[in-house]
Ligand binder design. Structure first.
Ligand code: GTP
Length: 863
């Protein structure tokens, strides 16, 4: 029998599945129905596992593209940046909308008022907003950014490589956001593919019980992958007939028993294992099992599916549904799409988004729900909140200009709405709204809660900004109450560890280079820009060398900026070893032809604050403001007599053209610029405390301007830093990475030896929990011998997978200076015969001993 994968409703009946009615309301809110038929899904995985290849098939089968794009030919839809196409990797996550199953002419796209659903969710067309995320460790921040807006995720594994280091990292990050996930074991057509080993690795390394929902169908039990065994519906699916994988033949279990007996028996064994594992986590499955005379095979597929959905949505997330195929060979993608719709949640099934308002945290409904008015977050003005959205990604598109991807969490953003950006504290209008389909952007009138859409024409919004719309909004005024401080799920940007210098080729090119950099920074807030006053050079700092390489390619290639870009170097930091007494600095000079004058009192001292904490602005009391940066610097400004909460007395003390918030912002900017360049070697200062006093009576003049105040603060702090360093030289600090290496038993000794002796690292644990996991006792530890997995074609004995697994399971966690990790991958491959993998993240910055400092500085001078 041939399945065209479109006439879906009859499928359940065809396969002897009892139809259940899930929603039988005669008065259904159309917006709720629309949302219940939406999936905001991400694809996460290790680099090269096949995310883009799978996405291309998804778009093709759903009818949004006419041909299947090829990563290797650079013709895919999602990897649209030239840099991505050239390297064949995904850098920027792309958000694309499509429908699955495809909307049939009989089925309207807009839901009717009366809805009677039956059979699997995938028997009705759903809107899928798919966010493709990058797999490389340098883009972890990009992954985190997308995770915030996802309701569910598909994790794609390479069936030859199994669970790789980066997969484990992203899986755990998604777990921290409590995102329901399913797994697709891809590339099972490749020589050496090992589904069984991969399933066991899922249990051991992703810390959940694999629920095998499909098993591979190898031709003749060995060799080529031709289809999959559907454990839920007890049938075999064979991809045959059409090159593009659009034709699938389905065989019921009785039919298989006559012609493919061993395969049919394995599907039945898998069904027993599936029902068993579900029964352990879902009471309804136990009931169903008892109702069907304890016959694992008699339970209808729909009940197994419903049980799977319940366990996937459980907060404990201890069950991991596993599907399989080979996207490149067009095997397995359609049922995977069904699983997305059937098992992953709609926005209605997700917890309330986290927010912070003025350093208080809670959820959005605590803020907007009038009934929750007693919560600490309640603001009476919140009833005027019309919409609240997160700009999760900004992309400069050569054809359409700057696209701001948003997820709306409350209300609805209407075309032309005035948006207040609570991160930038400014307002701008949203001229046009779009939904992005594969190659087309379709203009829409609104982006309602739960949906992902694109706003074009915004001049300021950056990735990560919170955008709100409120009633009675005025372009110039701030939103009332604490609404101006509302932030959706802020994420901490880790401190950058590499930097490069950028210089326009000539003065005439300066403006264009600056504009290109400004767009790059709007797109990617994990890049940081600073200007070195002495050399006049602009420094661009980032998370990794690939991160900066891509930024360079974007600047020179995509934005055609005419600039010279320096070598990519490690971003060391300087820190003080002594303090200074306060000095008073009065700046008097002519700025832009006008006399300018401003003063400030400043002192500096070493601080214990470590690098890597999220930047904050503290309102210590009404006369003191403290800014903390992720470099561990604190800038504490006291402004006696000038209250932050009551500006009535400011008039007599502050010249009329200035304001206290403006002055504080100028001082902050000036001090940050001074801290960007340390006096010893020009590296940014870290763990430094700066204390300033703004005495209105003696330091504010009629000639005081914002730029004069900023310059005064900058000069005063630079002077203090120089003085401290002259009295007792600064120490250099270097980034130290937390490195997790996965190797075979046989290479363990040589890798440990290399890390601890040759690279000066400190081995923290072997096979223990690492920094990626939550608290050790929260992690589910699973014995691979208790996991069901079908035998692999070339597997020798039944115990070998488990022992192979333990051989490949050695894990080393170490702290190693970043400098020693440059080029480590090639070295590790050489030491482990190509099988070792590793991930690393910044663990902190450490003061260097004088000998090491000398070596590093000598090496820099040589360069
Ligand atoms: N044999 C085989 N190769 C595959 C399969 N899926 C993907 N590939 C190949 O694997 C390579 C990587 O595939 P991609 O789809 O770019 O992987 P990705 O996960 O998107 O990679 P990044 O974007 O770099 O993270 C390409 O050469 C694909 O052709 C598969 O099912 N079988």
């Amino acid at each position: 029998m041939r399945l065209g994968w479109v006439w879906r409703t009859s499928r359940a009946v065809r396969h002897n599945v009892t139809v259940h009615r899930r929603l039988l309301s005669s008065q259904v809110n159309p917006q709720q129905v629309q949302l219940s038929r939406t999936r905001n899904i991400g694809i996460i995985a290790h680099i090269d596992a096949g995310k883009t290849t799978t996405t291309e098939r998804m778009l093709y089968y759903s009818g949004y593209t006419r041909r299947i794009g090829d990563v290797d030919e650079g013709s895919t839809v999602t990897d649209f940046l030239p840099a991505e196409r050239a390297r064949g990797i995904t850098i920027q996550s792309a958000a694309i909308t499509f429908h699955w199953p495809p909307v049939s002419p009989q089925q309207p796209t807009t839901p009717s008022q009366t809805l009677t659903l039956s059979a699997p969710w995938s028997s009705t067309s759903h809107k899928i907003n798919l966010i493709d995320t990058p797999g490389h460790a340098d883009f972890t921040f990009e992954v985190l950014r997308s995770l915030r807006v996802l309701d569910g995720a598909v994790c794609i594994l390479d069936g030859v490589a199994g669970v790789e280091a980066q997969t484990e990292k992203v899986w755990l990050q998604a777990g921290q956001y409590k995102i329901p996930r399913i797994v697709f074991v891809n590339k099972l057509d490749r020589v050496g593919a090992a589904f069984s080993r991969t399933v066991k690795e899922i249990g051991v390394r992703l810390h959940g019980w694999p629920a095998v929902c499909q098993i591979p169908w190898w031709r003749g039990g060995k060799g080529d992958l031709v289809g999959v065994g559907d454990v839920i519906n007890l049938r075999g699916m064979l991809w045959q007939g059409a090159q593009d994988g659009s034709q699938i033949q389905a065989y019921g279990i009785q039919e298989l028993e006559s012609n493919h007996q061993e395969f049919a028996s394995e599907i039945k064994r898998a069904r027993v294992a599936l029902v068993e594992i579900l029964s352990e986590h879902d009471d309804a499955m136990v009931e169903s099992f008892l109702e069907h005379d304890e016959d694992h095979l008699a339970i209808p597929g729909i009940q197994v599916l419903e049980s799977l959905r319940r366990v996937v949505l459980q907060p404990s997330q201890s069950i991991i549904p596993v599907f399989c195929g080979a996207s490149f060979r067009n095997v397995g993608v359609q049922p995977l799409l069904d699983a997305v719709v059937d098992l992953l949640p709609s926005p209605l099934e997700r917890p309330d988004p986290e927010i912070s308002v003025d350093n208080r945290t809670g959820t959005l409904s605590q803020l907007v729900d009038a009934k929750a008015a007693k919560t600490a977050l309640a603001i009476p003005e919140a009833r005027n909140l019309v919409a609240c959205a997160l700009a999760f990604k900004v992309v400069s598109d050569p054809k359409r200009g700057v696209l701001v991807y948003v997820r709306c969490y409350h209300g609805s953003i209407e075309k032309g709405a005035m948006l207040y950006n609570t991160s930038l504290k400014s307002a701008e209008r949203a001229p046009r709204l779009f939904t992005m389909y594969a190659n087309d952007a379709v203009e829409v009138d609104s982006i309602p809660a739960g949906q992902i859409g694109v706003i074009t024409g915004l001049k300021q919004a950056r990735t990560g900004d919170t955008l709100i719309v409120y009633r009675g909004m005025n372009m110039k005024a701030q939103p009332p109450g604490g609404l101006s401080e509302l932030q959706l799920r802020p994420i901490a940007v880790p401190p950058p560890v590499f930097f490069t210098s950028i210089e326009p080729q000539s003065l005439a090119e300066q403006k264009q280079v600056q504009e290109a950099l400004a767009i790059l920074l709007r797109e990617d807030p994990s890049l940081q820009l600073s200007v070195d006053e002495e050399s006049g050079q602009t420094h661009l700092a980032g998370m990794g060398d690939l991160h900066l390489e891509i930024a360079r390619d974007r600047l020179l290639g995509d934005f055609k900026a005419k600039a010279r870009i320096g070598k990519i170097e490690i971003g060391y930091r300087e820190t003080l070893t002594t303090s200074t007494s306060p000095i008073t600095h009065i700046l008097e000079k002519t700025i832009a032809g006008k006399p300018a004058k401003a003063g400030i009192i400043a002192s500096v001292s070493p601080s214990e604050q470590s690098i890597g904490v999220a930047p904050t602005e503290d309102n210590d009391d009404q006369y003191t403001t403290t800014y903390r940066s992720e470099d561990g610097n604190s800038i504490c400004i006291s402004h006696p007599g000038l209250s932050k909460h009551d500006s009535s007395g400011h008039k007599s003390q502050i010249p009329p053209h200035l304001s206290l918030p403006g002055l504080l912002a100028s001082i902050h900017a000036g001090v940050s610029a001074a801290l960007a360049r340390g006096p010893l070697n020009g590296f940014a200062m870290a763990s430094t405390q700066v204390d300033l006093t703004l005495d209105a009576a003696t330091q504010l003049f009629t000639e005081t301007t914002s730029s004069a105040m900023s310059m005064a603060a900058r000069s005063a702090v630079a002077k203090c830093l120089r003085q401290a360093c002259d009295n007792s030289p600064n120490t250099l600090m270097e980034p130290v990475m937390r490195v997790t290496v996965f190797v075979n038993e046989s290479s363990l000794g040589s890798v440990v030896q290399d890390l601890s002796s040759s690279r000066g690292g400190q081995v923290l644990s072997l096979d223990g929990s690492d920094d990626l996991t939550a608290a050790d006792d929260e992690v589910l530890r699973i014995n691979p011998a208790q996991i069901y997995a079908p035998p692999d074609p070339f597997q020798s004995g039944s115990g070998s997978v488990d022992s192979d697994l333990s051989d490949s399971q050695r894990q080393i966690v170490a702290r190693v200076p970043l400098k020693e990790m440059v080029g480590y991958l090639n070295h590790l491959r050489a030491l482990t015969g190509g099988r070792g993998t590793f991930v690393m993240s910044v663990d902190g910055f450490e003061k260097m001993g004088s000998q090491r400092q000398k070596e590093v500085m000598d090496a820099m001078r040589d360069f």
